[in-house]
Design a protein around this ligand. Structure first.
Ligand code: ADP
Ligand code: ASP
Ligand code: MG
Length: 404
């Protein structure tokens, strides 16, 4: 069987008109003799709306009920898509995650798929039906509904491609591919024809939300090629694939950024072994992700300053955990909510010297101050004032010749 998995994101199914439009896209594959498996997100805005409702009920809304609640949007969109295909004269039905089932492991709200039972859906495909599967949802060993993290329908599609042995996995979204940087922020961003899993994973993890980071890990582990395309425009998209399939001389592939970080500096922390661990222990226990960390060299050998970044959403919780922490002493705490993490990504960095210097010089030429730096093999990240973000993206895009 020649199977294709087609995933539609929130904007692509954001209205009744859009659902009618993507039904035509689905049928274009049927006409090419593909057996089509559809995976859909919730209509745009619906998941956020459900999430806000839970926040109004309680600040500590049960994580189990959270997943039942926020996964509800996918049920609506899938029923509408199946209904639309029926209306056009085709055999189609919706499948909720638990009905298949799509089995997951891990914590609520960030579960991962480990198995999908295929027999019923294969039978249905053989009978000529078009199954429409809810993205984002799973079922755990306690028989409870789970979700896969924000943007998790991407992972649903990729794991469907794996378990149904699909020939193709196409992610339909509201942009016509992966760009050198977010095209909505920087108009001169250029579409990338082919990108490696490694580079896409870094870009996604560092803020390019076009693909969910966990989904790229799944694709890489299982060697699933992904096509990212627009559901609005008929244009060639981007192929995400293994590094071997790519020939390119670009040192830097893309630029990613975040707009929702906060920076905290603890001034006058005692400079002795175990202090950093004491600060971060309660944060880690409360699932707060600490990102960039710098500790100044102590001038007097007794005290030092420690700076780190977290997600802005975790700021209140972090502040209260630090205040309550009896194990640490410091003179003052400084908080900066107006920061952005800006990163350049590219496997070419491994073999090309001078990339760090070029990045820092390009920012210096625009008088942009760097607050914190962190690097890995294929990326360099800097923390800057959020007001400088657009200017910085433009400077780096030019420096690394990404518009060419
Ligand atoms: P969907 O609802 O289809 O899953 P998302 O909103 O999750 O769509 O992702 C698509 C969005 O990702 C685009 O609208 C775009 O603004 C944003 N984006 C961020 N970085 C990039 C990038 N490098 N290339 C393309 N899109 C990007
Ligand atoms: N509806 C979910 C979200 O908004 C999953 C997805 O869109 O991929 O995060
Ligand atoms: Mg998405």
């Amino acid at each position: 069987m020649k199977i294709v998995v087609l995933k539609f994101g929130g904007t692509s199914v954001g209205s009744i008109e859009r659902i009618k439009k993507i039904s035509k896209i689905i049928l274009s594959y049927v006409k090419k003799k593909y057996k089509v498996i559809v995976v859909s997100s919730a209509m745009s805005g619906v998941t956020n709306d459900l999430l806000n409702k839970s926040k109004k009920i309680s600040k500590v809304f049960s994580s189990i009920e959270h997943d039942v609640l926020v996964s509800a949007g996918e049920q609506i969109s899938c029923a509408l898509i199946a209904g639309s295909l029926n209306d056009l004269g085709y055999k189609s039905r919706s499948w909720l995650g638990w009905q298949i089932p799509i089995l997951t492991i891990g914590e609520y709200s960030q579960s991962r798929i480990f198995k999908i039972k295929t027999s019923e859906i294969i039978k249905y495909l053989k009978l000529g039906g078009i199954p429409v599967i809810t993205g984002f949802q799973g079922l755990n060993s306690e028989n409870r509904v789970t979700t896969l993290g924000r943007g998790g329908s991407d992972a649903s599609a990729i794991m469907c491609a794996k378990f149904f042995k699909a020939e193709k996995c196409v992610i339909y979204t509201d942009v016509d591919g992966v760009y050198t940087t977010d095209p909505k922020t920087y108009k001169k961003a250029k579409k990338i024809k082919v990108i490696s899993y490694e580079e896409m994973l870094e870009m996604a993890s560092l803020g390019s939300k076009v693909m969910q980071p966990a989904s790229i890990q799944d694709a890489r582990l299982n060697r699933i090629n992904i096509d990212v395309k627009s559901s609005f425009l008929k244009k060639e998209g981007t192929l995400i694939t293994k590094r071997k399939n790519i020939r390119s001389n670009k040192v830097i592939r893309g630029i990613s950024f975040t707009k929702s970080d906060a920076k905290l500096t603890l001034i006058g922390v005692k400079d002795k072994p175990g202090v950093a661990a004491s600060i971060f222990e309660p944060l880690s226990k409360n699932l707060i992700n600490v990102d960039m960390v710098v500790q100044n060299i102590s001038a007097n050998g007794k005290e030092t300053d420690l700076t780190f970044t977290i997600k802005y959403d975790d700021l209140n919780k972090t502040q209260s955990l630090i205040k309550k922490n009896k194990k640490i002493k410091f003179r003052n705490i400084i908080i900066d909510k107006n920061v952005s993490k800006l990163s350049i990504i590219g496997v070419g960095m491994i073999t090309t010297p001078g990339v760090t210097y070029r990045m820092f010089q390009a920012l210096a030429d625009k008088k942009i101050n760097i607050l914190v730096i962190s690097t890995s093999e294929i990326k360099i990240s800097v923390l800057i004032n959020k007001n400088n973000l657009k200017k910085a993206v433009a400077a780096l895009h030019k420096e690394f010749k990404l518009e060419k």
